[in-house]
Design a binder for this molecule. Structure first.
Ligand SMILES: NC(=O)CC[C@H](N)C(=O)O
Length: 196
């Protein structure tokens, strides 16, 4: 049995829970550090990275998640979750002074495609995901503007477009929201990482 936590402070929580449950995982919603014991993987959902970091700070959640990450807990970050996993964030002034999770050797730029009105869908080729293009939903999405050599680029919006999906060991992150589609292939990939 695979137990996956979904950080449930804010954002697209129920969609991740539904998708992971549908794939046979036991899912636990995480609001405090107590919930972190015995997880095989953790999801940081989309939403608003600054709101999540603020809420997490009240209970010291991300300091604890950071420790688990350092001891090898796989983590899947989507959109705001990618920002929280990034070691460096541009346009991240509002995050200053709040703990994030870190670990991904990337620079993420918040809201890099523009605001809410610049939300869009795109079909993407994602490395490690077989079959047709992945239907990606972008909402006030970040871009990955720099990656270290240790980071695998999984997808760009086009051949020479910005990077929107990456993996580094047990850390998987997308600028877009796979939980807002009916396509569970990225969640399957994450579960296979967790079952490693
Ligand atoms: N859909 C999203 O998760 C948007 C992310 C948001 N712009 C942030 O900075 O956290």
């Amino acid at each position: 049995m695979t137990t996956i936590g979904v950080v449930a402070l804010q954002g697209a929580v129920s969609e991740h829970v539904a998708m992971l449950t549908g794939l046979g995982a036991t899912v636990r919603q995480i609001r405090t550090p107590d919930g972190l014991d015995g997880l095989d993987g953790l999801v940081l959902p989309g939403g608003e990275s600054t709101a999540m970091a603020r809420a997490a700070a009240k209970v010291g959640l991300f300091e604890q998640v950071r420790e688990r990450r350092e001891s090898g807990l796989p983590i899947f970050g989507t959109c705001a979750g990618l920002i929280l996993l990034a070691e460096r964030v541009e346009d991240g002034e509002a995050l200053a002074g709040f703990a994030t999770v870190g670990g991904l050797d990337i620079t993420a730029r918040r809201n890099a495609f523009g605001g809410q009105l610049a939300s869009f869908r795109a079909g993407l080729d994602v490395q490690g995901v077989e079959g047709p293009a992945f239907p990606a939903v972008f909402i006030r999405a970040p871009q990955v503007v720099a990656v270290e050599a240790s980071v695998q680029v999984l997808a760009r919006t086009s051949a020479d477009g910005p990077i929107v999906a990456v993996r580094q060991g047990g850390l998987l992150a997308t600028s877009f929201h796979p939980e807002l589609t009916a396509d569970d292939r990225l969640h399957r990939l994450f579960l296979s990482i967790c079952r490693g």
